[in-house]
Design a protein around this ligand. Structure first.
Ligand SMILES: NC(=O)c1ccc[n+]([C@@H]2O[C@H](COP(=O)([O-])OP(=O)(O)OC[C@H]3O[C@@H](n4cnc5c(N)ncnc54)[C@H](OP(=O)(O)O)[C@@H]3O)[C@@H](O)[C@H]2O)c1
Length: 351
């Protein structure tokens, strides 16, 4: 059985979770899916890129990372100062791109993904902004090169949204979607339904590990904007620019508003909407992220706390709803793992 040689670029929370799972389950995954996942390279910002053609000692690298030591201190590995230098100089069967690449340009993730796809190497990623900003281009490049490009974790983490919409519902004509796509914002709004202030709800979310110390991306809606752009690019085939998605955050909501909505039987929710005037992503686009009062009869009113939901409209299925956890490194890692397995299966079939 030939190995599935993986470049793992990004060794933060998600990258380390993946390394642990791949280390612990390599044999099981090989037996079940026909290729043995073998991490041949790891890259991060601080130390650069390490590579061993026969596979890295993941347990030793994880121990070094936990102890705060550089990942480059491994016997027998080749080292490059940056991930892109290492990618250009080495070979693999798959890029797992799990860096954090900011909204300004989606870099360095975008360059890493283009490098792999241009060389006919499949890409799986949890890195939202490169896909939000250039998802249609990356998907088209992957199609031309006849390799996979998968980004399950970029929307609702490991809850299978993208694979469901693009594979499970292949052949349908997408029309629109609505959803609650940010766990932090939904947790805060759920807390506020009983009159808790925004500040207290945010503090509770931070104590629960659901909100970052700097929660801006979540509470101002930028994270949800990225997800709307990813869905537009990968499900509808339409690349949006960031300014095409109107966005209003939840920071100025008074507890009274949330309480009034709840007293009337409804709920305040941070709603993402994506709709096209023509079928299959054609015509004029409506894309927005904003707080809305939804009536009790709306399914999104019942999605509480860190749970997320997406209601998808397409012909001929009419309406499909996906509900599940929307955050957490393990869930994000699980989404990337499912993408790796999808690639392994495809390669096992083709070999
Ligand atoms: N955590 C979640 O719940 C979650 C959920 C869904 C999606 N995601 C997405 O998944 C990705 C990874 O998340 P995370 O929580 O693991 O983030 P993280 O802990 O901040 O880790 C990011 C990793 O990217 C590396 N990196 C940054 N710039 C780099 C560069 N130029 N070259 C190589 N590596 C670089 C960092 O290196 P250093 O270690 O040296 O800093 C770090 O290892 C992010 O894009 C995030 O938005 C995360």
């Amino acid at each position: 059985m030939s190995p599935l040689r993986i470049w793992l670029v990004g060794f933060g929370v998600v990258g380390r979770w993946l390394a642990r799972v791949l280390d612990a389950q390599a044999g099981q995954l090989a037996a079940r899916y026909g290729r043995e996942p073998t991490v041949v390279a790891i890259g991060n910002a601080r130390d650069g890129f390490i590579y061993h053609p026969d596979g890295l000692d993941l347990a030793s690298i994880l121990a070094a990372a936990v102890a705060g030591r550089p990942i480059t201190e491994q016997p027998g590995v080749r080292v490059w100062p940056s991930a892109i230098d290492g990618l250009r100089a080495t070979e693999a069967d798959l890029l797992a791109e799990v860096t954090q690449s900011p909204p300004a340009d989606g870099e360095p993730g975008l360059t890493h993904m283009r490098e792999a796809l241009q060389r006919k190497i499949p890409v799986v990623t949890s890195n939202k902004w490169p896909v939000a900003l250039h998802g249609a281009e990356l998907a088209a490049l992957a199609r031309r090169q006849q390799v996979a490009f998968r980004a399950e974790s970029t929307v609702m983490s490991g809850t299978p949204v993208l694979s469901t919409l693009t594979e499970g519902l292949a052949g349908t004509v997408p029309a629109a979607l609505r959803g609650v796509l940010n766990a932090t914002a939904n947790y805060i709004l759920s807390q506020m339904a009983d009159g808790t202030s925004y500040e207290d709800a945010l503090a509770k979310a931070q104590r629960a590990g659901l909100a970052e110390p700097d929660p801006t991306a979540d509470v101002e809606g930028h994270d949800t904007v990225a997800k709307v752009m990813v869905l537009s690019a990968l499900v509808f085939g339409r690349q949006l620019r960031r300014e095409q998605v109107t966005c209003q955050g939840i920071t100025s909501i008074a507890s009274q508003q949330a309480l009034e909505a709840a007293s009337a039987g409804g709920r305040l929710r941070h709603i993402a909407t994506l709709a096209f005037s023509g079928p299959g992503g054609t015509g004029t686009v409506t894309a927005r992220v904003q707080p809305e009062v939804v009536p009790a009869s709306d399914l999104l009113a019942r999605v509480d706390g860190a749970t997320n939901a997406l209601i998808f409209q397409a012909s001929p299925v009419e309406e499909i709803t996906i509900i599940g956890p929307g955050a957490g490194p393990q869930i994000a890692g699980q989404g990337v793992l499912s993408d790796i397995i999808a690639v392994a299966r495809r390669q096992a079939r083709n070999s």
